[in-house]
Design a protein around this ligand. Sequence first.
Ligand code: UN1
Length: 493
Amino acid sequence: MSKVYKNYINGKWQVSNSEETFENINPSNTKQVIGRFQKSNQIDINKAVAAAKNAQIKWRNTPAPKRGEMLFRAGELLLKNKDSLARDMTMEMGKVFKETGGDVQEGIDMAYYAAGEGRRLMGETVPSEMTNKFCMSVRMPVGIVAAITPWNFPMAIPTWKLFPALIAGNTVVLKPASDTPLSAVNLVKILEKAGFPAGVINLVTGTGEETGRPLIDHPNVNLVSFTGSTNTGSFVAEHCAKGMKKFSLEMGGKNAVVVMDDADLNSAVEGVLWGAFGTTGQRCTACSRVIVHEKVIKKFNDLLVAKASGLRVGDGLNGKIEMGPLINESQRQKVKKYVDIGIHEGAKLLTGGDYCHGKSFQNGFFFQPTVFGDVSPKMRIAQEEIFGPVLSVIPCNSLEQAVSIVNDSKFGLSSAIYTQDVNRAFKAIETLDTGITYINSSTIGAEIQLPFGGTKGTGNGHREAGSVGIDVFTEWKSVYVDYSGKLQKAQID
Ligand code: UN1
């Protein structure tokens, strides 16, 4: 019998009102059950939101530097437990151990960054139109934050939401993806140890329909911060709009690397491989299109295909493995469907394209690193987010053409260009319509001290992380102090 994990509500680990659980399995070995997690419903959500509400006033009155000290302690504990947290994460979602270590590290970085914010939380002071009057703005918490988080970064992304929310004085209810509840439990255990008071952080596991939906619709939730698919994101948007709630959405990408004819090709190939096949292509920032100058495309493809077909696929806990499995069977079928679409559209399959065959692969959701050549920009494989290890190579004949191909997308998260020419690099920075642009690096690898997010259909204009990551979790209050001792009329006197 596998271990049963509980919800965390009002400082207590407790079973769901449904008294039912769901299984969390290892995508590298589906015979291994990692644990059973609570199948929560409306009643659990009501309890979690009530706990968050009860804790609100005391928490917002706790001085921000004190809140920061707790986050700092959480960072220290994450660091101390980094290896075991990464191991658990590899077991529950498949990406290789080095990458899950990076995921935990991103949480550590965010803890220290947000802890420091506790001594800043800066507003503005500005001059008044009048004498004997003082003008300033201060940040206030929004209230109760619902964080709904995905499975591809099961620790980093919850920290991007929770830590800025907490430092700003909000209380939270976290609903993690049901493919990766263990990392969320691990994170909340660490926050509990770090000393956050009961009710400030609540964790409720379960499905989107039974658990996520009542959370989004709960009238006492003030803000929903969501990362995940475009479909679910628009559901969140509709429901929050109806309930007049704030919401921030971080959704899809169709990220591209441009390789110019003056690029260092070996370095470009390394970057593209890392961007396309790291996390088995399951990053919002994954490189799924590479737009290569026709003068170098033959050489580039040869180098790329040789390397991609040689990538070692398998269980991410094995140190020799370079690419883990997909998260679940339905994602694997979706990826296979896109391969069939690509073939049908007339793209040329250069390597991969199928499930991994052989005894060592039989119990996992493994898929071959896949590269399509001769892809034209309008094909579905070049337009739709696949979220798997499928890369499309698209030819171009100039920087202008490459940029227009990159920008011909409903998404706008991340882009990159490989070139040795500083003029081209700056032109790319100016014209690529994405929230993130890399020069001579891949589309992945954002650091938490800069804003993370995208243009167009990637989000709804907000950014996570960086100094602006706090914005969505705070309301501005403008304050006017009149010390003239008489009525002064703005715009009139
Ligand atoms: C995501 O793809 O959902 O920039 C997050 C990166 C990581 C975060 C990715 N630091 O690739």
